[in-house]
Ligand binder design. Sequence first.
Ligand code: NAD
Ligand code: ZN
Length: 367
Amino acid sequence: HPLTVHVPLNGGRGYDILIGRGLLGQTGARAAALGARAAAIVTDENVAALYADGARASLEAAGLRTCLVVVPPGEASKSYAGYAQVCDGLLAARIERGDLVVALGGGVIGDLAGFAAATLRRGVRFVQAPTTLLAQVDSSVGGKTGINSGHGKNLIGAFHQPRLVLADTASLDTLSEREMRAGYAEVAKYGLINDAAFFAWCEANWAGIFSGGPERDEAVAICCRAKAGVVVRDEFEHGERALLNLGHTFAHALERLTNYDSARLVHGEAVAIGLALAFRFSARLGLCPGQEAGRVANHLALVGLPTRLQAVPGGSGDADALVEAMGQDKKVRDGALTFILARGIGASFIAPGIDRAEVLAFLKAEL
Ligand code: NAD
Ligand code: ZN
């Protein structure tokens, strides 16, 4: 029995997130239950080698016509070229509006295949089958899809909600330690945002999440429930959804300054540093006890995540460069930035109007 989290969006757009080991074997039955007659699996080369045959066999056993579109692994596929390859692959396979696009892979595939589904024939139904921890707890839920441009990440995109999310937690067994840890930064983030009890649970149970025990399924379900709640209350990010960006203002600046080079820093590692910085910055501003900031950094470090700017391979750039890179991310109004800050673990809030000079002084002290 998979764990189920329902996302009750209005207008008949509600959907289920199913979480459990071996769920990819149910891809066909679940797709048939949605009334689809054909399904296109979009995936990357790494995931294709591991899981495409199984998913495809499951779809065919359920009587669906299938096709497979495989792009190279990595962020570079979230591009105009990757988008063209996927759309043309789907069109060549005569995928229609009532058919299904199955995004089988990490966040790159979810964003790319989701955006292709959002725009192909003005909207084709799609299923998220996330295979990274990051995708299972974050990117597969909420309907944000898109690709990158030379001007920045995720600048071309659409809101397009999936019809179903199938999170096969056994697929994470083949994920590298590094990608697993990176996804874990987002897991911890949910506790830090508004669920102190979940953060404490993570401190006690993180090893089970990594080893694939029942704690993994439970953690994915708790995170999906948290994200679903936020998405239902604020689907188009007019307010509360911004809380999900805890740690991300710093993280995006670090990713920009390391040229999105995953050999140096992957997103989740940048998020781990960003979370630690957000709490230390909150402590410096007198909003949060220093002890809480210490607890956050200690836990992230315990699982092997970086928590300091000095940990960025090749250096993070100086304080001025960091603030400059942050200014590109967020709207800077009269020299002020918007941050997600915290009064403690599980007590984050949106803080507009943070003085640029204050951020600069903090980062200088950090370096
Ligand atoms: P990814 O999709 O690149 O996957 C990471 C690596 O793991 C890839 O090399 C992939 O081939 C490999 N892989 C995937 N599943 C595997 C498995 N089960 N076993 C072995 N290897 C596997 O990266 P990601 O971290 O999953 O996603 C990052 C992307 O997600 C970014 O582009 C980011 O912008 C996006 N994102 C989107 C949202 C959203 O709301 N849409 C939220 C957060 C992040
Ligand atoms: Zn993130």
